[in-house]
Design a binder for this molecule. Structure first.
Ligand SMILES: CC(=O)N[C@H]1[C@@H](OP(=O)(O)OP(=O)(O)OC[C@H]2O[C@@H](n3ccc(=O)[nH]c3=O)[C@H](O)[C@@H]2O)O[C@H](CO)[C@@H](O)[C@@H]1O
Ligand SMILES: C=C(OP(=O)(O)O)C(=O)O
Length: 436
């Protein structure tokens, strides 16, 4: 297993360009299963999760051509449908959370999918009820193994209907949309998730011949069509990586330009950092974060203590709370971080407390951070990365710390951040990758 050795205290400066969005890439790559024509996708990030998904598609017979770095053509014209039911396939799917996005398109096009409980981050329960409830509403039948680790979904014909989702699940909404585009009649999904990932998926599907309206809202209407055709699509910059870079620039930056961020698709992410007192300047489609000697947490208008809490889009994405929490450790003032969606995403604060941060973990969902205003620097430490976003947050903490830190289990970081050590070293960081 690989680790990072990080020499703290080196200021970062210069320009960095975000990779393509992981969560969008996982969706649009799976959408290529909906047609036998060629679909070309560019700005695909070169990260573990995406590469594993592409390998899985190849395993089932999808022809994948790499045209250039991050630019692929997919053609799902000769799939091995028997393999989809094999134990080997089910096992491979369970190792990768993104694999769950294959089941909507497979059900929509071939009327069957075998689903294993997917892997991914250890950040709390990751239930799939919304996916299954949506498939059932469309007319699919569901059977599961005794321990509920493998589900078989079957449907002769999917039929459009109205559905109100039990929660605005991101991958659930994507899956139901992909199952419904080829269904007979009209499907209306209320309480749909509407992250830019979902919007981009819908745009691609429409270019492929689907008829989806309400894009960007929580009420999506899909008029089923008989088939889809080839298309080209470019993945947006990764908004979570952009947010991670804003946090990094505030903590250890000496002037950083984040290039081509697709500002209008960042929602309230820049404002969340501004609430911690971070200066985020907009220059065209770039963000510029100047050097910060100090940054001061804002209060609400009535003077009460700042709270940063996650919410379904266009609320604040839960995927940036770990980074915001680390940035808060060196702010002037205090802030409550409230992670509402996931149960186990805040436990990494133990490591930050070991490094000297002042944090009260109130319960699994809430942590109060008492900012040090740079009076005391974090101490270097040895830690392990429990999940992708805690991993990047710990990397930022280590870069700002006094001394040399080590982060183990960095494949969690590699799941979502492309060559992060190389790209940050180009800005002046001192990060060494070591294999045990
Ligand atoms: C591959 C991918 O795209 N992964 C993202 C996707 O995961 P994923 O699609 O798996 O996450 P879901 O949107 O289904 O839900 C995430 C968690 O939030 C809870 N929940 C969800 C909606 C809601 O209205 N209320 C609520 O409490 C769910 O119960 C669950 O515990 O969305 C998550 C939530 O933005 C992100 O962290 C993940 O990075
Ligand atoms: C939780 C995340 O990923 P996944 O849903 O793939 O586990 C994430 O990207 O922060």
């Amino acid at each position: 297993m690989a680790s990072f050795i990080i020499e703290g205290g080196h200021a970062l400066s210069g320009t960095i360009t975000p990779q393509g969005a992981k969560n969008e890439a996982l969706e649009v790559i799976c959408a290529t299963l909906l047609t036998s024509d060629k679909v070309r996708i560019s700005n695909v990030p070169n990260i573990l999760d995406v590469n594993n998904l592409i390998r899985l598609l190849k395993d089932i017979g999808v022809k994948v051509t790499a045209n250039a770095p991050g630019d692929y053509t997919f053609q799902a014209d000769e799939l091995n449908l028997d393999y989809l039911d094999s134990l080997e396939f089910v096992k491979k799917c369970s190792a990768l959370r993104g694999s769950v996005l294959m089941f909507g398109p497979l059900l929509g096009r071939f009327g069957k999918a075998t689903v294993a409980k997917p892997g991914g981050d250890k950040i709390g329960r990751r239930r799939l009820d919304t996916h299954f409830l949506g498939f059932k509403k469309l007319g699919a039948k569901l059977e599961h193994s005794e321990d509920c680790s493998v589900f078989q979904i079957r449907a002769q014909h999917l039929k459009g209907t109205y559905m109100l989702l039990d929660e605005a699940s991101v991958t659930g909404t994507a899956n139901i949309i992909m199952a419904a585009v080829l269904a007979k009649g009209t499907t209306t999904i209320y309480n749909a998730a509407c992250e830019p990932y979902i919007q981009q998926l819908c745009h691609l599907l429409n270019v492929m011949g689907a008829n989806i309206s309400g894009i960007g809202s929580n009420l999506i209407t899909i008029v089923g069509v008989s088939q889809l055709h080839g298309a080209e699509h470019r993945v947006l910059p990764d908004m979570i990586e952009v947010g991670s870079f804003i946090g990094m620039a505030a903590m250890v930056g000496d002037g950083i330009r984040i290039k081509d961020v697709s500002l209008r698709n960042l929602g309230i992410i820049p404002d969340a950092f501004r609430r911690l007192g971070v200066k985020v300047k907009e220059e065209g489609d770039d963000l510029v974060i100047p050097h910060h000697s100090h940054y001061e947490v804002q209060s609400f208008i009535d003077g009460t203590i700042m709270t940063l809490a996650d919410a379904p889009w266009p609320g604040l994405t839960p995927d940036l709370l770990s980074v915001l929490l680390v940035v808060a450790t060196q702010a002037r003032g205090s802030v409550l971080i409230h992670q509402k969606m996931f149960e186990s995403r805040l436990f990494f604060v133990d490591k930050l407390i070991d490094m000297g941060a002042q944090i009260i973990l109130c319960d699994p969902h809430r942590a109060v951070v008492i900012g040090q205003d740079h009076r005391i620097r974090l101490r270097a430490g040895r830690m392990t990365s429990p999940d992708i976003r805690a991993g990047i947050a710990l990397l930022i903490a280590a870069m700002s710390a006094n001394g040399t830190s080590r982060i183990d289990n960095i494949q969690q970081i590699d799941r979502g951040y492309e060559n992060i050590d190389i790209r940050l070293n180009e800005l002046g960081a001192h990060i060494e990758r070591v294999d045990d």
